[in-house]
Design a protein around this ligand. Structure first.
Ligand code: 5GP
Ligand code: MN
Length: 327
């Protein structure tokens, strides 16, 4: 991996005027928080910044400071000086946000996914970072870029969500130091922000969980747990795609479970796969890559063509083979 330096990226940020900041389809708190944080810093530098995601701002993250900056991409492509992809393991996961960039003199790619192939002209991929927000913090701080309370809240939301509230293994002393610095610098109300992040779900999210638990299955001597969501059930509950973020954690939290899998039937004849591992030796990124996906060693995903039943069988068989090799 041949990373650019924060200095090189800092120079590109200062030298140009028109920016588009993008993140992946099915965005999470890290993607949206990182986008807003960097956008706000650049705006304060007097730059012209577009902030696009295929899905626009999600309802559940719309409390983030200056959330209104984040919009769906326009139908007609726009030319910019610099396009920046954040938290996006592979360029095609930018979805329609990618198509909205007509031309860009420079592409910057900042991410923490190990499977990222380093697309772009200026690239920082740091798989040791638990969140892209942590890299954005370093980019801003190391280059003396503008920093304010709204940036603090967005970065804290990014880091808190992608570390599972400072629980996942990549959470380091450095992560806590950054969090402490954010709390100190911004006068951050951690309790209020955490309540907005974790205690403000719509009731239908729990109703969705109830339906998922009805489909819960165990295999490989209870080491693999999975559940699935059909489009029919999603429609009956009027569930939004964002409602299921994090529900897989209920499977991972079961004692003895090493691999957790969530299968979600999509409208386009594909099934979205979300996978978690509790054991570094069981690399779910490698499993998902076999199906054209990617991610991190302990959290990965893919989209696979086929029916729910076909995909479940194929994927559970692959997991079985991997577990056999390691037992
Ligand atoms: P989640 O299960 O939360 O959707 O995703 C887990 C991780 O895997 C995330 O970091 C996400 O970016 C990555 N990921 C999820 N789906 C895909 C996919 O279809 N392709 C790739 N390359 N990465 C994915
Ligand atoms: Mn992330």
């Amino acid at each position: 991996m041949n990373n650019s330096t924060f200095e090189e990226i800092g120079r590109a940020l200062r030298e140009h005027q028109h920016f588009a900041i993008l993140s992946h389809v099915r965005p999470d708190g890290d993607a949206l928080g990182s986008q807003l944080a960097l956008a706000l810093s650049l705006q304060q530098l007097g730059k012209n910044v577009r902030v696009w995601n295929e899905e626009g701002m999600l309802e559940k993250y719309s409390f983030l400071p200056r959330a209104e900056l984040l919009t769906k991409p326009p139908a007609i492509a726009d030319d910019v000086d610099v396009a920046i992809a954040l938290d996006t393991a592979i360029q095609n996961r930018l979805g329609t946000a990618f198509a909205a960039v007509g031309s860009a003199k420079i592409w910057i790619n900042i991410d923490h996914h190990r499977s990222n192939p380093s697309y772009g002209d200026l690239v920082i991929i740091d798989p040791s970072a638990p969140a892209t927000g942590e890299i954005i913090f370093r980019q801003i701080k190391s280059q003396g870029l503008p920093f304010n309370h709204d940036i603090v809240e967005n970065l804290y939301a990014a880091i808190s969500t992608d570390t599972g509230s400072f629980q996942y293994p990549k959470t380091s002393a450095f992560t806590f130091e950054i969090a402490a610095e954010l709390v100190r610098a911004g006068g951050l109300d951690v309790g209020r922000l955490s309540q907005q992040l974790y205690e403000s779900y719509p009731r239908r999210r729990l109703e969705l969980l109830r339906e998922l638990l009805r489909t819960m299955r165990f295999s490989e001597c209870n080491r693999v747990a999975s559940f699935s969501l059909s489009s029919k059930t999603a429609a009956e509950l009027a569930a939004l795609p964002e409602d299921n973020e994090g529900l897989i954690d209920h499977l991972r939290a079961i004692r003895g479970v090493i691999v957790a899998v969530f299968f979600e039937e999509l409208a386009d004849g594909k099934v979205r796969l979300s996978m978690r591992s509790k054991d570094e030796a069981i690399d779910v990124c490698a499993i998902c890559q076999k199906f054209g996906g990617g991610g991190h060693t302990l959290a990965a995903g893919a989209r696979i063509r086929g029916s729910l039943a076909e995909v479940e069988e194929k994927v559970l068989e692959e997991i079985r083979a991997v577990l056999k090799r390691h037992s």
